[in-house]
Structures are given as C-alpha cells and as structure tokens.
Design a protein. Structure first.
Length: 274
C-alpha cells in the first residue's frame, strides 16, 4: 500500500503489482528499469504478503545479481509498513545515501506504535492471547484493543480499557475495516495526546495479518521530515566492508554483509585456548 504524499517533498512510490502472477521476464525487466532510472531500489513489503511474492522478489534480486536492491520486511502490521515506507520516501528527497536510507527503516520502526480494534482474537497469532481472553472472544459483541508494536498489549474493550502509547509527539493514522467503532478517534487518540489524526484506506494484507476483516487499524508516527532527517543523520555510520557504501550500524541491507569476525589478539602473559 502506498500512502499519498504529505507534501511536495515526498518522493512518489512505485507499486510492484501482481509479482506472483506476471511472467518472470516482466518482473526482471521492471526491476532493471527501476535500477537504470534510480540507481538503487528499496523494496518494502509485509510479512503478510503471499509467499509467492516473497519468492519472486528474491528470485529477481538473485537473477539480476544486484547489490543495489534491498529487500526490507519490517516486523510491523500492514498500516505501519505503509507509514514507514512513506517516511523513507520523505527522506529520499533529502539526498541521503542509499545504504543509510535503507538502514533507516530499521531505526524508524522504534518510533511507530501500531495496533487495532478487533471484534475477535481467535485467529490473532501476532500478539500473545491468553486462554481466558480467547474464550471471551466468542461472546457476541466482544471487542479488543491491541497494540502489536513496539510492545504487545491486549485489552478487552470497556470503560476502563487503556493502552500505553508513545511518550513523544506523534500523529495518528486510522484505517477502518468492516468494524463500526470510533474508539480510536474519540478515546485512544486524546489519551495518547496525538498532535493530529488522519485517515487512510485499509491495506489489503491487514485482514490476514490481524486474523479478521472486522477491525480498525491505527498507527502513530513522526510526520515532520526534518525530525526524521535529524534522527537518521545522527545515527552512527560505518562503511560496508563488502560493497563499500555508507550504512547505519554494522549491517548492510543491500549486500546483507555483516562485519567480519577477526581473531582477538592474545594479550601478553595469556595463552590462546586450544
């Protein structure tokens, strides 16, 4: 799902549609065109995407033998992934190096809170569900407030229902499925002191991710591109020892290399273990 740009400084998204249905040659040609046009490609996709789509992405990257394609699958619900992808599009306009931009996704996941209001948790396997809560899910009219990231939370809806949110200024994005509930906008957003609230269409993978189509999904995020830029540029940088591009931390998202493990020097007076 590609969210609409918030300003003129947000780069447009490219949707890779029907990867599991189109001929392999078409997928290869499309990716090669993107590489020729932009130099590097960061593919952000959901864990709820069909297995055939994931296989096709890895096949395309392997056949093109390209270290300029980064496959990024954040451990977030679909709406959170859509928000994160838009944040990367905001940062792409700022001229950040490709390796740093690709690694920024992992950094920015710490600043999003993702959850949903569900009518049932019987098929929810992304958040721990107790036996008593599971049994209550069968009662007519039951609804549950869930936070999947950054820390799992699950409460049954009621007058005292409360979820812990971010302790910094954030915006909230809400996407309604087939559940009639205004609890997120009227109760949760004010309790979390949101700076504002926006709405979006429900991502296609949300029903599969949450285990039900009767839901209202929400996600909090930082919307200011300047704040995002400062967070990313303040992070420790290093140079990938394999492909030579700048990265955040030690892991390169493009070539997937990690720092080599060197033998530790033996200090004087000590013997090396056999």
């Amino acid at each position: 799902m590609a969210l609409p740009a918030q300003d003129e400084c947000t780069m447009p998204a490219v949707l890779l549609k029907d990867l599991d249905q189109q001929p392999l040659e078409q997928s290869l040609d499309g990716m090669q065109t993107l590489l020729d046009r932009h130099g590097h490609v960061i593919v952000v996709h959901s864990s709820a995407a069909p297995a055939a789509v994931k296989r096709r992405l890895h096949t395309v990257r392997s056949l093109l033998e390209s270290n300029r394609i980064a496959l990024f699958q954040p451990d977030l619900p679909p709406l959170g992934i859509a928000v994160l992808a838009r944040q990367l599009r905001q940062l792409a306009f700022c001229g950040i190096d490709p390796g740093v931009l690709a690694a920024a996704g992992g950094l920015l996941t710490h600043y999003v809170h993702c959850g949903a209001v569900l009518n049932s948790v019987t098929r929810l396997d992304r958040v721990p569900v107790g036996l008593k809560t599971h049994a209550r899910s069968w009662l007519p009219g039951s609804r549950f407030g869930v936070v999947a990231h950054p820390e799992p939370q699950l409460v049954r809806m009621g007058p005292e229902a409360a979820l812990t949110g971010p302790d910094f200024g954030s915006w909230m994005l809400v996407a309604k499925g087939r559940l009639d509930s205004d609890w997120v906008g009227t109760t949760l957003a004010p309790a979390w002191n949101m700076l504002g609230l926006r709405t979006a269409a429900l991502p296609a993978e949300s029903a599969a991710w949450w285990g039900t189509g009767k839901l209202v999904e929400f996600c909090t995020y930082l919307s200011d591109a300047l704040i995002l830029y400062r967070l990313v540029t303040a992070a420790r940088r290093s140079v990938c020892h394999w492909c030579g591009i700048d990265v955040i931390g030690d892991h390169c998202v493009f070539c997937c290399a990690t720092p080599p493990a060197y033998d530790q020097p033996v200090r004087e007076g000590h013997t090396a273990p056999e």
